[in-house]
Design a protein around this ligand. Structure first.
Ligand code: SF4
Ligand code: SF4
Length: 114
């Protein structure tokens, strides 16, 4: 059978009310610049880790804000904290600190669960 160049996507919706936004709140309280990201992707374009892997800080920040934390928990550990993303961000988001706080929040989550 001949293949066509498209496929039907699975139905998907984001339930903002049901999702856990505690990680996003933890970051926002300590690093308010997290709120002013415009999702432009400059951080991802310059990212050292992103040059070698599919790591995307832009995507991870969006997922944290949506409360889709399961997709972030392990991925966020791949960042090398080099700080290049912070230098290029047009909004002045302290992205390096955002990553550090996100890791901290996930660690607290694990500690509290024990
Ligand atoms: S460069 Fe700054 S504004 Fe752009 S996606 Fe990254 S954090 Fe957001
Ligand atoms: S600090 Fe992390 S997210 Fe930012 S450019 Fe470096 S490796 Fe990428």
């Amino acid at each position: 059978m001949e293949k066509f160049g498209f496929s039907i996507l699975k139905e998907r919706h984001i339930d903002y009310d049901a999702n856990d936004k505690s990680i996003a709140e933890y970051i926002s309280e300590r690093e308010p610049s997290f709120r002013i990201c415009i999702e432009c992707g400059c951080c991802t374009a310059t990212c050292t880790t992103g040059n070698f892997t599919s790591f995307s800080l832009r995507e991870l920040q969006i997922l944290i804000k949506r409360g889709e934390n399961d997709k972030v928990r392990d991925n966020i550990k791949k960042c090398m904290l080099c700080g290049k993303c912070t230098l290029v961000c047009p909004r002045g988001v302290n992205t390096r600190n955002v990553v550090t706080l996100a890791r901290e929040a996930f660690e607290n989550e694990i500690e509290n669960a024990v």
